[in-house]
Design a protein around this ligand. Sequence first.
Ligand code: PLP
Length: 354
Amino acid sequence: MSPYSPGKPIDEVKRELGLDRVVKLASNENPLGPSPRAVEAVKAAAETLHLYPDASCFSLREALAAKYGLPMNQIVVGNGSDEIIHLLGQVFLGSSDDEIIVGDPSFVRYDAAAGLANCVLTKVPLTTDMRLDIPAMAARTSERTKLMFIANPNNPTGTIVSQVEIEGLLQSVPSTTVVVLDEAYFEFAQGAPGMPNSLDYLSRFPNVVGMRTMSKAYGLAGLRVGYAFVSPEISDAIDRAREPFNVNILAQAAAIGALSDDDYVARTVAMNQAGLDRLTALFKETGGTPYESHANFILADIGRPAEPVFQALLRKGVITRSGHVLGLPNCLRVSVGTPEELDIFVESYREVLA
Ligand SMILES: Cc1ncc(COP(=O)(O)O)c(C=O)c1O
């Protein structure tokens, strides 16, 4: 297994390159900062740090259940959705014959779930327009396929698959294959025509897991809260496998605060759309090919090796992601920042290309 390589931290880049100003557009965080409601909730919860957190995340699951119209026993909460991916691997993968199917490229932590279980990892290439190839993933599925991960929107491409494709997939795979619809970027994509919603499939397909996170549109990446919509049986299985106190006291409080802040999410989504439009125009104008993103980042083929561009941007204090590590050597992935951060990116990018 290769270790996860996170986006470079701001302080490290400042230290290494002797820079005062560094803009991080590498980890798809929320550039608005946290919701004030989350900050207030954390301050209040700080008075109770001597206590263990609620092991069942009761109040947070209650808030999620009310928001999404699901019974509480169909919601699980994790220390980021990363933990839920890990737990799904532990629960559903047992023998070296077991298989996980993922897109290629897609979110790298799915590969780790396979690696940790020492099972078969089948990576299905994306279509030419950089979308997950759902019919091809369905065709590869067999009785031994225990898990399939569909990141929708996909990371690192930002592209989405449709309701029609997901319906077709769910009709065709064995009921013993758990299909994880990873909707980490759902809030950014939900207005897009044909965009599926995992909540619509749960009652008909108990093998569906819908996974979301508080790290992106809800701005709580640093506290680590992810959640999933699951059947009561899957909830029970995950409950047995997880650590008892997997979600800490501040994270639970902040998540409840942030969930109530619709205005913050609306501002986030509006700013993101303006940023996506701006970055799309920039990449087109400079001879690149941006892929249609429905997330809070954009991937573009910049028509030349991206690694030197990534390095040159870094020297100017702008952290992006080079497609080099993703098997897409001509691609750059850029998270949408604030308008001011994008001013800096746009200017630096033009200078680097000149
Ligand atoms: C598709 C996808 N799923 C899951 C995650 C993990 O999110 P978290 O563990 O912060 O909830 C990410 C993070 O970038 C992601 O891109």
